[in-house]
Design a protein around this ligand. Sequence first.
Ligand code: SF4
Length: 501
Amino acid sequence: MIVDADLLLNYQRCNRRAFLDTYGDPLQRDPTNDYLVKIIQDSQLHHQAVMANLPYSQPTYPRGDWPAGATATLAMMQQGVDRIYQGVLLAESEGVTLLSIPDLLVKQPGQSIFGDWLYMPMDIKLGKRPKLEYQVIAAFHSYVLAQVQSAWAEQSWLILRERGEYPVDLWEVLPRFQEILAGCIQTLRDRQEPEVFIARNRCSLCHWFSHCYAIAKATHHLSLLPGVTPVRYAQLQELQLTTVRALAETSPAQLEPLSGFGRDNAFKLVRQARSTLQNQAMLIEETSDSFSNSAIAHRGGLPNRQLSLFLPTAPIELYFDIEAEPALNLVYLHGVLVVDRQNQNQLFHAFLAESPDDEALIWHQFLDLVWQYPTAPIFHFCPFEVQTVERLAKLYSSPPEKIRPLLPRFIDLHDWVTRLVTLPVESYALKSIARWVGFEWRDPAASGAQAVYWYSQWLETGDRSFLEAILIYNEDDCHATYRVKDWLVHFLTTVYQAELA
Ligand code: SF4
C-alpha cells in the first residue's frame, strides 16, 4: 500500500475520498471538470513562475518507477546538489510505503548521513493562505525526508501565491500530521467504505460527486439537509435521529442543549426537516410560534409577516449580478436586468470587460446605468455585489455623491429569504432556490466556477462563444433573482392576507 501527499491531502478533506481513490471503481469517477482544469493550469503556471529564476536539477527515471526515482534522488543528495526539483523520497511506516515528492529539496548546512549538509523540503502551492492541510503535507515531506537523510530539517516551507515563502512550524504541526497519517492508514486497512456525507464546499470539485450524490439522494441522507454539518450529524446519530422524518418529528428542546446548537439552531434545524418532509415553504415566525408559543420574531420592531410590506415592489427594479475572476482580482461583468413593471418589459444590460484593462470602463458604464434610474431598488443575491461596488468605488475614486446614495438601494435577497422562510431545498444558494420556484437556467451545467473557466478561455483563445456562454449564464442569474423576489413577495403577501382575513 502506498500513501502519498495527494492521498493524504484528500483524506484531510474527506476520508471517503481517500478510500474511493484507492479502492473505488474508476468508471464511477466524474470527468475532470473545466474549472479544475483551469486550477491545474494555474498551478502549473505558478510553478513555472517560481522556478523561472531558480537553478535546479531534476532526477530522471522511468515514469511511475518510484524506487528508480528514489535511487536517482538519493544519488543527487549524496553528491550535494543544491536544489533538487521534484525528487522522490520513499520510507516505510507500519508496513505502508510513504511516497513523498516535494517540489524542492534545498541543501542546508547541518549533519546527515550525507556529511555536513542536509535537505529541507519546499512545496509550491497555488493557494494564497498557508492552510492547515498544506502545512500537514509539508510535515509529511519532512517526516519522510528525515527517514531518508537520518536527520530532521529545521523547517519545511510553503511557497504561496502572492504571500511567497511561509515557514511551517513543524513542532506544532507534526502531532496533527501523525494523527492524520495513522487515520488514513487505518481507513485504507479496514477496507470499510466511509459513509457518504455531502458537504457542498468540499464535494463540488470532487470527482466522486455524482456517485456520492446519487447514494445520498437514494438514501435521503441527512447531509442533504441545510444546517446538518458533520459535527451535528454525529450528534444527531447519538440521539438516533438519522432520518429527515425522525428529525422533523423531534422536539427542538431535545437538540437545544447539544454543543453548538442553542435555541435558535435547534428550531431552525427541526423546521428545516419539517419543510423538507412536507415539501413546503414555511414562514419562520409561524413555525417557531407553534413550537414554543414564544414571542413573535421581530426585525426592526415588526413581525416577520409584515416585512412583506417593506420588500419594495417598485415601478422599475434592477436585478444585478457580477462575474469576477479571483485569480486576476478582476470584475469582468456587471449584468443588470431592468424590470419595468408599468410597461411590462425587461431589458438586460451587460457591461463586459473583453480585456482585463476594461474593468474601470465597465464600472463607469454600470454607474451611469444605475443613475438613469435614481430611485430603483437594486436586487442581488448574497453580499458579494454590494461589497464589490464599495471596493470598486474606492479603487476608482468614484465621487461619494454617486456612491453614498446608491448603497441603501441594494437589497440582498439571500438575506431576506433566509431570515423569513424555510424552504425544502438542499442549499440556500440561488440555483437551488430559483429551481425550487420553477426557474431553469438555459445551460443547466453553467456555474460561477464554469464562468471563470470560460473567461480564461476567452482571454486565451479569443473565441467569442465563451463570452456568449458567460452572458447567457449571467442574464439567467439576474432573471433567477427576479423570480425569487417575486415568489417571496407573493408568499409573504399571501401569508399576511390570510392572517387578515
Ligand atoms: S463527493 Fe464528497 S463525500 Fe464523496 S468522496 Fe467526494 S468529498 Fe467525499
